[in-house]
Design a protein around this ligand. Sequence first.
Ligand SMILES: [Zn+2]
Length: 114
Amino acid sequence: MNTCLNCNATFAGRADKKYCSLACKNDFNYKNRRVTRNETAYIDRILHRNREILSTLMGASKKESFDRLVIARTGFRFDFFTGIYMNKEGKMYRLVYNYAWMEFSDQKILVVRK
Ligand SMILES: [Zn+2]
């Protein structure tokens, strides 16, 4: 006998069958997606906000340098990014979707739009 992952009912069938019915399968997957959504929403919001801040600062510009303080004042979270990119000179950029930024030693931040 199998045990349904959704309602714990026992049912007959192939040993690899996980749900007693299609309704239980759909219900289980729906609940699972909701958990994922709840647990990722906080970080998604920060990343989206970071991108909006860069977009606002950059306007139509493709490459711009800012004081770190100017960016920090907007509430930008430097510790949240979508990826890391190393250029040919070995400089590390942090990606925020279609933007990338790099920190210089003199408190300047270079932002590039992809
Ligand atoms: Zn079930």
